[in-house]
Design a protein around this ligand. Structure first.
Ligand code: 5GP
Ligand code: MG
Ligand code: MG
Length: 180
């Protein structure tokens, strides 16, 4: 796997430091709110785990899986819910945890859905922001890193389901795509 690295974009240390920072901010903002923290599977799973350890207020968690019709490197905006929440969101202070926001279409769909279910408030935490190809306007309340318009993998993010377990974020070599 490490042989497939063209360039390391974010090291494990950089990610951990940022996660701690975001956790502190969320802890201050949600003191008595018992937030419901929603992880969008599968990409956000690493970030969710590390972030939760840095949030020092009572909270609940839930998971959602969505699949967006499109190619493996670009989403179409048409979202199918593969796994819905187990928790009732009406009246809850919801925080969505996302790995990366690119076009913003996936998240925009999810936000609409949660608003229709009458959550009390909704905020977004995203580890990575690729603002260059944004199609839907998204306000990222807690943002990790802004990154260039390149396809990246690692730390939960995949190419063809691979590399999710790599603890850092990197740009793969071009030949990785031709192997798939
Ligand atoms: P959006 O709907 O914002 O275009 O895309 C959101 C989803 O597309 C992300 O949650 C992620 O699963 C996938 N995605 C977008 N950019 C990248 C990328 O650079 N690398 C990987 N592995 N997935 C990405
Ligand atoms: Mg995601
Ligand atoms: Mg993926």
């Amino acid at each position: 796997m490490h042989n497939d690295v063209l360039e390391v974009l974010l090291t494990e240390e950089q990610i951990q430091q940022k996660t701690a920072e975001l956790g502190r901010l969320i802890s201050e903002d949600y003191k008595d709110k018992n937030p419901l923290i929603i992880c969008v599977l599968k990409g956000a799973v690493m970030f969710m785990g590390d972030l939760l350890k840095k949030i020092e207020v009572p909270l609940e968690i839930d998971f959602m899986a969505v699949s967006s019709y499109g190619t493996s490197t670009e989403s179409s905006g048409v979202v199918r819910i593969v796994k819905d929440l187990d928790t009732e969101v009406a009246g809850r202070h919801v925080i969505i945890v996302e790995d990366i926001i690119d076009s913003g279409l996936t998240l925009s769909y999810l936000c609409d859905m949660l608003h229709r279910r009458n959550c009390a408030s909704l905020k977004i935490v995203a580890l990575l922001d690729k603002p260059h190809r944004r199609k839907a306007e998204i306000n990222i309340d807690y943002k990790g890193f802004e990154i260039p318009d390149a396809f990246i993998v690692g730390y939960g993010l995949d190419y063809a389901e691979k590399y999710r377990n790599v603890p850092y974020i990197f740009i793969p070599k071009p030949e990785v795509y031709s192997k798939a």
